[in-house]
Design a protein around this ligand. Structure first.
Ligand code: UD1
Length: 420
């Protein structure tokens, strides 16, 4: 695995555009399989998770082509129904192929999804829904085989809101025989984006953004084009990178309505911001105060994906910041790495108490998951000396040009390839 060298004590200043959203792009790509024809996705982030999903679509027989950040998918001929085990083990979103392949082909053979180790991350909600819709589910070694003649309409209530299960249910329901009503759905923006995409392809869906979504079923899809929206988590990570360096970072095309909770916390620490059209201007020169208590929650609450980068910033704030994680059971692993840099963090169950300010010191640390890896870069920007982040491949699963962006803003990050 490779590593990156993060130069510390920098002050980030300048303007950069926000990349396309990973968590919107992946289910939308899985959704392209539903259509026997062309799907054109603009602003698609060029990150390893997207390339892995592209490979899985190719393995099914899809044609794919990139033109800059536009990904053109031709799913007119789908011949395979099995996903290579290694590929689906690499990312969580491979699970999304269950819904779309059941809808399109009535069969899929797929391993358990991988992705970041941030908790148990079972897929029982997904499987229970497919079973309710009439799919047969068989275990074959380490793989699952899902099959059906036709999926039927149901009214299904999720035990708790799950982003992935809601998306998977929507994908499966597009070709269901009768309408499907999903209740207690997640309301994350990526679900609205998936539904907007499917509607632009011809599907009939109502209620996305609320807890109850109705998919008419029996859809007739047609060729379509869709622009992947800006990535709220990448944007949030850049806001926090500016905060930790007390800099002034502007983000062109930041997703305004999706950053509310982060910006509330940013203001608590003393950050100031304004909007100029679609550009978010942040000014972190007065960032100083602890954030009090921040609790991660389903949308519209504080996003769990920004919890680790926030923790890195809290190390530099005065007093105690308390961070409660309510979505994943094992998402404080980065605290151990931050402690190596001098952070004072105490973990009690699902609560982290971050005491500051401390003078972080650069040292060798290891990324263990995507957002935790980004948090180590954030910490490194403020640290004295150089921080060596090992296993940076995790970061590249979700951030397209994070290091280049930081460098454009005045940072000093150098990537060392694994071979050198
Ligand atoms: C998605 C995002 C991830 C984000 C998370 C929460 C993608 C690719 N990933 O992950 O970045 O952190 O939403 O916003 O979009 N659960 C079950 N059984 C299930 C499904 C979920 O118990 O079948 C539990 C999970 O373990 C977790 C909670 O429900 O505790 C929420 O998980 P979920 O919303 O499904 O997250 P993902 O879709 O995996």
């Amino acid at each position: 695995m490779g590593k990156i060298l993060v130069g510390g004590e920098v002050c980030l200043k300048g303007e950069i555009p926000v990349q396309g959203s990973k968590n919107a792009a992946l289910p939308i790509m899985a959704g392209a399989i539903l259509h026997r024809g062309y799907t054109v996705l603009h602003n698609c982030p060029r990150i390893s998770d997207v390339y892995n999903m592209e490979q899985m679509l190719k393995d099914f027989g899809a044609g794919t082509r990139w033109e800059g950040h536009t990904l053109i998918l031709d799913c007119s001929q789908i011949c395979g129904t099995a996903v290579e085990e290694g590929l689906c083990g690499r990312m969580r979103s491979s699970v999304m192929l269950m819904g779309s392949m059941l809808g399109r082909c009535g069969r899929v053979q797929i391993g358990y999804p991988g992705g970041c180790v941030i908790g148990k991350r079972p897929i029982d909600y997904h499987l229970k829904l497919f079973a309710d819709m009439g799919a047969a589910i068989e275990r074959k070694g380490r793989q699952l085989v899902l099959s059906c003649k036709e999926l039927k309409g149901v009214r299904h209530r999720f035990p708790r809101p799950s982003v992935g299960a809601t998306e998977n249910g929507i994908l499966a329901a597009v070709y269901a025989r009768e309408p499907v009503i999903l209740e207690n759905c997640a309301r994350e923006p990526e679900i609205r984006h998936l539904c907007a995409f499917l509607r632009c392809m011809g599907a009939d869906i109502e209620g996305d953004g609320t807890g109850s979504i109705c998919i008419a079923g029996n859809s007739r899809l047609h060729d379509g084009e869709y622009t992947i929206p800006a990535d709220r988590i990448a944007a949030g990570t850049l806001v926090l990178s500016g905060a930790v360096t007390r800099g002034q970072v502007s983000l062109v095309g930041a997703p305004r309505e999706e950053l509310d909770e982060l910006l509330k916390v940013y203001e608590k620490m003393g950050g100031q911001f304004s909007w100029n059209g679609g550009t978010l201007l942040t000014d972190s020169r007065r960032v100083r105060n602890n954030v009090g208590e921040v609790t991660t929650a389903v949308h519209p609450g504080f996003p769990t994906d920004l919890q680790s980068p926030l923790m890195a910033v809290c190390c530099t704030l005065e007093g105690v910041s308390r961070i409660r994680e309510t979505i994943f059971e094992d998402r404080f692993r980065v605290a151990g790495q931050l402690s190596r840099m001098g952070a004072r963090i105490r973990i009690m169950d699902n609560e982290a108490m971050v005491e500051g300010p401390v003078r972080l010191t650069g040292c060798a640390v290891r990324a263990q998951d995507l957002r935790g890896g980004a948090a180590l870069v954030v910490a490194g920007l403020a640290a004295r000396g150089q921080t060596v982040v090992e296993c940076q491949e995790y970061i590249e699963r979700g951030y397209e040009s994070f290091y280049e962006e930081i460098n454009l803003l005045g940072g000093r990050i150098v990537k060392i390839d694994s071979k050198t």
